[in-house]
Design a protein around this ligand. Sequence first.
Ligand code: GRF
Length: 213
Amino acid sequence: MTASDGPLRVAVLASGNGSNLQAIIDRFIGDEAVEIVGVASNRPQAKALGRAGEVGIGTAVFPKAEYGGDRVARDDALAEWLEGLDVGLVVLAGYMELLSAKLVGSFAGRLINVHPALLPAFPGLDAIGQALEHGVRVTGVTVHYVDEGVDTGPILLQEALELDPSLAREEIEAQVHAIEHRLLPRAIELIAAGGVRVDERNPRLVRIEAPGT
Ligand code: GRF
């Protein structure tokens, strides 16, 4: 999609606090190039849903328990909701469940995630804790396309953070989150501008051709 096709229709999936969703809302509410058309969660109590509601964005909840604990059936319903919204991009912003292969396949190239480490280091849960436990000097944030693996898809943007060993874990977490809140909206902005494409010869390589990168 390019800017000339009208606004990029973006749905956000979030499981918890939703500070990344908030950063997206703050950046794009009223924007001509991006429209946030819906926010969904697997958890009815996710604070992210309230953040969406406050600015009039439609929300939906897809708890696995409502589908007999069947993740695939739940993701079929989620995919139907996303298709109904005619989304051009689905953003995982702290969405803490794996998506079914079918959903990932249906939205291939239209599905991105933010991860609080420099992938391929420290995929999966508690990436910040993993990095600290390992004793790395540099960590950071990755925004990547989602494929069927856990945090394995082609990388769109990364930003490094040099770790100050005198800082407490909470302070490091705050630094990582501040980077996420910049990088994820930037990735959406670049996609909306039509400047992002996967290299024809190397599908791992994401080429960014928008100005200012
Ligand atoms: C973020 O650190 C994200 O990278 C990770 O979960 C956290 C979600 O934070 N996957 P929030 O809900 O956006 O505040």
